[in-house]
Design a binder for this molecule. Sequence first.
Ligand code: MRU
Length: 356
Amino acid sequence: MKINDKEYLTIWHEDDQVRIIDQTKLPHQFIVKNLKTVKDAINAIKTMEVRGAPLIGGTAAYGIYLAVKENNNSGFIQKSSEDLIQSRPTAINLKWAVDRMMKKLLGINSDELFKIALKEAKAICDEDINFCKNIGLNGLKIIEEIYNKKKDTVNILTHCNAGWLATIDWGTATSPIYHAHKKGIPVHVWVDETRPRNQGANLTSYELNEEGIPNTIIADNTGGILMQRGQVDVCIVGTDRTLSTGDVCNKIGTYLKALAAKDNNVPFYVALPSSTIDWEIKDFKEIPIEERDPAELSYIEGLDKDSKLQKVLIYPQKSKAMNLAFDITPAELVTGLITEKGVCEASEDGLRGLFK
Ligand code: MRU
C-alpha cells in the first residue's frame, strides 16, 4: 500500500539487505532501517519496530535467513531459531514461520543454505500478501451486503492495527475495507486509539489517511456508546492467535469491544490468515499472554511545540502500572472468521471445514 503516494511493503529484500519500516517512529517520522543480523531481527520484533502477527512471522523468516548468512553452523542457526521464537510470545505466526524455515533447511548442504533460506523467507512473505488479498475479497462481501441494505456509508470499528503495516501488505482487518473503498463503496472507520502503544491512532489512522479512507480516532472506551447509538455497522479486528475452537486472542481491549457488540447486535468479525491458527492448544488459558514494560503506560511520546519528539511521564511517579498486551474473545462472541479461504463460523467445525 502507499505512503506519500509510493507503494511499499513492510519488509523487503533489496541490494542484499533486509529492509523494514521502523514503526516505532510512525506517524511522525518515516524511517527505513536495514536488518543486518539475526540479532537485529530479534531486536526489531522485541521493540516493536515491526509488529502485528503476520509481519512478526515474516521478520522471523528473514531472521533465519540473516542467521544463515552470518554463520551457517547448525548450532548457531538452531540457537537463533530459539531466540527468535522467544522474542514475543503471543503471536503464533512467529513460531509458525521459524518452524517452516527450519524444516526447509533441514539436511541441506551448506553451500545452498543461504539461497534456500532467502527464497523461503520471500515465499512466506509473498504467501502472506496473497492470503491478505483474499481475506479482503472474502470480507468485501460482508461490507457489500451491509451497504446494499443500508444504501449509505458503512461504519466499521476496528481495534489496534491489523492493517497493512501489521502484515506484509493489505492487512487482515483492513483488507476488506481497502477492497470496498476500491470498489466505490463509501466506508468510514472508527479507529480505537489502542492504549498503551496507540497502534490505532499511530498506525491504523495513518495508513487509512494515506489511502484516502475516511476515519475517526476514538478513545478506547468510546465504542460502546457508538454501538448503542447505531453508529457502528460492523466490527472487524485482527488476531495474534486463534484457537481451532474459535477463541480469539488479540490486542488488549478486543474482548470488551466484542461484549459491547454482542449486547448491541453489531456483527463482530475477526480477519486472519491460516498462519494465525493454533491447531494445538484447546484451552485459551494456555495461550501465553505477553506482559510488557509498564513504562509503555506511564510514558507517552509525541511532538512538542517545536515539532521535536519528546517522551513525557503522565502517571503519578509512585503509582504502579500493569501492561498486559492481549486478551481473549471467546468464540461465542465472534460472528465469523474471515480467512483467505472464505468466511466461517468461529468453531472447530467452521475452521476444519475450510482448512483440513
Ligand atoms: O502488539 P502488536 O502491535 O503486535 O499487536 C497487533 C495486534 O494485536 C493485531 O491486531 C494482530 O497482530 C493482528 S495483525 C494483522
